[in-house]
Design a protein around this ligand. Structure first.
Ligand SMILES: Cc1cc2nc3c(=O)[nH]c(=O)nc-3n(C[C@H](O)[C@H](O)[C@H](O)COP(=O)(O)OP(=O)(O)OC[C@H]3O[C@@H](n4cnc5c(N)ncnc54)[C@H](O)[C@@H]3O)c2cc1C
Ligand code: FES
Length: 263
């Protein structure tokens, strides 16, 4: 059995969730079967011949009975705008599951998830597959950027929200909630996905607390399979300058916080 597959995946549903965020459900049983939390699919967009590159999206959820694989996307440019116009029955070419996902939370540690933006989608399967419901901290600019609250609640997760404008939950940064959550938890295991500034702050907090975290980095990609080196990040290494490049698409997107070389 190969570890990644290219399939033609018919769209089952494509619907707006809130603001510019959409959920896309695809029929892709063979990829759904292999998917692990934190992995992604590389999506070829039809009818954008002048934009031949695929677009990476985290696998939000899978339903093994129906073979449905879901992603959540935000409209940020031409590709995602085009995606939002597609209808059930349209077919997308998918490559996946790609990348190195999260380690499942161990039984003897309390999971803490920190998510910003589409990070809620990238970490949902981790919560779903956890031995006990984790604490989930979601941050965003305003309440309209907080995704999947009900889905995490349905899993039994303790949910805390932070918004920059104070329109929901804690008025401030989600990383402030992380500091509080770590202080209240013995032996926490931390996993995060969100903007790089948030991930850097998560790294600093866990380091101060003498623990590590797993971070899913967002880096623009081209091939998605390790061939082009468009997605390199600096990773600590035993080299004269203290770092070496790693490819986000195949060495990540999930890395240990202690391995990342932040400039
Ligand atoms: C491993 C991985 C998983 C991802 N998962 C998701 C997901 O679950 N949901 C989701 O909405 N998005 C996700 N992204 C980001 C997504 O791939 C981009 O938003 C998308 O490719 C943009 O395509 P576009 O043609 O609409 O935008 P473009 O026209 O290519 O770009 C429009 C604007 O978006 C910016 N942009 C492009 N790519 C990225 C990126 N990777 N990160 C931040 N800004 C970007 C560009 O700089 C530009 O300003 C993920 C990215 C990676 C690397
Ligand atoms: S995107 Fe080509 S090597 Fe990672």
């Amino acid at each position: 059995m190969p570890d990644k597959i290219q399939v033609s995946a018919p769209i089952l549903h494509n619907q707006r969730l809130q603001k510019d965020y959409y959920q896309l459900d695809l029929s892709a049983a063979s990829i759904a079967k292999l998917a692990k939390p934190g992995q992604f699919v590389h999506v070829q967009l039809p009818e954008l011949q002048h934009r031949i590159l695929r677009r990476p999206f985290s696998i939000f959820n899978v339903d093994l009975d129906s073979g449905c694989l879901s992603i959540i996307y935000k409209i940020v440019g031409e590709g995602t705008e085009h995606l939002s116009k597609l209808a059930p029955g349209d077919v997308l070419d998918l490559l996946g599951p790609l990348g190195n996902g999260y380690t499942l939370f161990p039984k003897n540690r309390k999971g803490i998830i920190v998510a910003g933006g589409y990070g809620s989608a990238a970490t949902y399967l981790l919560a779903k597959n956890a031995p006990a419901p984790p604490v989930v901290l979601i941050g965003g600019r305003s309440k309209d950027d907080i995704l999947l609250q009900d889905d995490f609640k349905r899993l039994g997760c303790e949910l805390k929200i932070a918004t920059n404008d104070g329109s929901a939950g804690h008025h401030g940064m989600v990383t402030e909630l992380l500091t509080q959550a770590i202080a209240k938890t013995s032996n926490p295991a931390v996993a995060a996905c969100g903007p790089n500034a948030m991930l850097k702050a998560v790294s600093e907090i866990v380091e101060k607390n003498g623990i590590d975290a797993e971070l899913s980095l967002d880096h623009a990609m081209c091939c998605g399979v390790g061939a082009c080196f468009a997605c390199v990040v600096k990773r600590k290494a035993d080299t004269p300058n203290g770092w070496a490049y790693s490819r986000t698409c195949i060495d990540g997107p999930v890395f240990k916080a202690s391995e990342i070389w932040w400039d």
